[in-house]
Design a protein around this ligand. Structure first.
Ligand SMILES: [Zn+2]
Length: 326
């Protein structure tokens, strides 16, 4: 039986887990990242988390085949270096793979966290047991994170920026995105953008139960509030949810035309809206997809929840050399 350690580097917490060949989680820990301490301190926290997870699993570090690391990017995959992270001070060109190996004695492999999460869903989540090799994952949060798996391998692209489906343009000349482009999928369908589009509609005078419930604090309206209001029959909220679902459905069509995936997986807090979101995305997909052949792609929620980060990192460790490193 092979054992893998997955390390998930987040701005708030570092999560580590030991996962076996059958994707069973044998032990896990979560520790505060203390990002304010800078990269050296964070790397030490990560190594401690790996050692503690191994102890919790009742296995020995020398029996771990490989450690997978999911990190915010951008990442230089050839050098296994984190070039920068948006949320943690002092992270410039940190050789994270080699630092973890020197503190654990095990070979390690470094991957972008959204890519790792996609591989985790393929192996242990939505794609588990289904022989899925072609999968796209979109995480609807503050932004729209994305990972693409083709032929069982993560797509990195020529310049390490591949798989960023959240920044495909769905509206020419549309809303300004944080990346500098206009009209990105992210600028319309992230949880933040969904809440913000509702706020803007209310500020320009649209009538809605949200205007009453959030009087004087319109800017606190979240995607969840919009979905809740839609569920109660509010017309504006339903329009906003429909728009989010339509853009997501169109993005799914575009992804299918380019990649022909078996599965498109959505993750992030917004998937808790369940059928209210997925029925509408699937319906928008059907309304916009071609008629050349029947579309067999499955559009489904992610299944791994809070453990997705370290299970994805463990999946990267298990996939090992298929993506170039270690
Ligand atoms: Zn963008």
């Amino acid at each position: 039986m092979g054992y893998y350690v997955g390390l998930d580097l987040g701005g708030t917490n570092v999560k580590a887990g030991v996962v076996d060949d059958r994707a069973k989680v044998l032990g896990k820990v979560s520790k505060p990242t203390h990002a304010e301490g800078g990269p050296d301190a964070v790397v030490r926290v990560m190594a401690e988390a790996a050692h503690e997870a191994v102890a919790a699993a009742g296995v020995k570090m020398e029996n771990v085949e490989r450690i997978g690391i999911g990190s915010p990017g951008p990442i230089d995959f050839d050098a296994a270096v984190v070039r920068a992270t948006p949320n943690m001070p002092g992270w410039r060109d940190v050789p994270l793979r080699d630092r973890i190996t020197s503190l654990t004695g095990r070979p390690a492999i470094l991957e972008n966290d959204a890519n790792a999460a996609a591989l985790g869903e393929l192996w242990a989540g939505a794609g588990r047991g289904l022989k899925v090799t072609e999968l796209v994952m979109l995480t609807l949060g503050t932004g729209v994170g994305s990972g693409i798996i083709v032929g069982g391998k993560i797509i990195h692209g020529a310049f390490a920026m591949g798989g960023e489906s959240g920044h495909m343009i769905v509206v020419p000349g549309g809303r300004l995105c944080g990346c500098g482009q206009h009209g990105c999928l992210e600028a319309y369908t992230s949880a933040s953008a969904t809440g913000r589009r509702a706020v803007e509609a209310l500020q320009s005078g649209a009538s809605s139960s949200l205007a009453r419930d959030f009087a004087n604090r319109l800017d606190t309206i979240t995607a969840k509030d919009v979905f809740d209001a839609a569920r109660s029959g509010d017309a504006l909220a339903n329009r906003i949810v429909d728009e989010t679902a339509t853009y997501l459905g169109i993005a799914c069509v575009n992804l299918c035309r380019i990649l022909d995936p078996q599965m498109i997986v959505f993750a992030g807090g917004m998937i808790l809206a369940g059928d209210m979101l997925f029925d509408r995305v699937r319906s928008a997909f059907r309304a916009n997809t071609w008629t050349v052949v029947e579309s067999k792609v499955e559009i489904v929620p992610a299944l791994l929840g809070n453990d997705a980060g370290f299970i994805g990192a463990a999946a990267v460790a298990r996939n090992g050399h298929r993506n170039g490193q270690a």
